[in-house]
Design a protein around this ligand. Structure first.
Ligand code: IPE
Ligand code: IPE
Ligand code: MG
Length: 247
């Protein structure tokens, strides 16, 4: 990495891993091949994130809208997630990586639910990188579930309406306890959030890169961090107040 110091290293990077299908199409391959190569890119990115001392890496693996895809592709994606956890959990644990999963768990099959719980339980005391897997994740769904949980407590008289503050909502999101992403990267050239971390992205920096996700590697990752470090973050204040306002 270069020694640009305007912004410090990010604590939390979130990635919308997009372009697997187009990567495969470009090569005359079935879409599943793009998803398979995408898993390799995940492994490389997790290693690179650990190396540079990142605290949180969030990966958008499957959105609450991705169920709209053909059943065969949905099954391929679910199969790859299961295979990833079965094959990589021991290595991740050895690397002191903590796994957290965000997204709606209630509608998932028992076998996937059990694997996600196993991954979280096995790694719960790890202290290096926290790998946040966004699976069956949709930001509007997450915010609605947080709002419903607060509304329930108001109805039960456990809390007063005045306790429904931004901090209270933050604390009931799936990402409770995880700092907001400093940097959100989307691959494949698309420039949209697709229902990802809408609440948490209030002051995130964005980086849209043209590469398809299977081509993403450590070099691209470190270059993204370098670009982040040239950004001026103000959080609504003036440049010389950033340290205070961003705290
Ligand atoms: C990202 O690649 C993987 C998921 C959304 C699960 P896509 O499958 O969206 O690839 P494109 O956008 O069709 O190229
Ligand atoms: C976003 O990509 C979801 C994931 C990367 C898991 P999509 O490919 O589903 O997004 P749209 O449909 O192009 O907005
Ligand atoms: Mg896509």
């Amino acid at each position: 990495m270069s020694d640009i110091t305007r912004s410090s290293l990010p604590e939390h990077v979130a990635i919308i891993m997009d372009g697997n299908g187009r990567w495969a199409k470009q090569r005359g391959l079935p879409r599943i091949m793009g998803h398979r190569r995408g898993v390799e890119a995940v492994r490389e990115t997790v290693r690179a994130a650990g190396e540079c001392g990142l605290k949180y890496l969030t990966l958008f693996a499957f959105s609450s809208e991705n169920w709209r895809r053909p059943v065969s592709e949905v099954n391929d994606l679910l199969g790859l997630l299961k295979a990833f956890i079965r094959r990589d959990l021991a290595d991740l644990h050895k690397e002191n990586v903590r796994i957290r999963v965000i997204g709606d768990r209630d509608s998932l099959n028992d076998d996937i639910s059990a694997l996600l719980i196993e991954a979280e339980q096995t790694t719960r005391d790890n202290t290096a990188l926290t790998l946040v897997i966004a699976f069956n994740y949709g930001s509007r769904d997450e915010i609605a579930r947080a709002a419903a949980s607060l509304a329930r407590d108001v109805a039960l008289g456990k809390i007063d309406v005045s306790a429904v503050t931004p901090d209270a909502i933050t604390a009931r999101l799936d990402t409770a306890g995880i700092p907001d992403p400093d940097l959100i990267i989307r691959t494949s050239g698309e420039e949209r959030l697709s229902n990802f971390l809408l609440w948490q992205a209030a002051y995130s920096e964005f980086l849209f890169i043209p590469d398809y996700w299977p081509d993403f590697d450590r070099k691209t990752f470190f270059s993204a961090i370098d670009q982040y470090m040239t950004r001026d973050r103000r959080f609504g204040g003036l440049p010389d107040q950033v340290a205070v306002a961003g705290a």
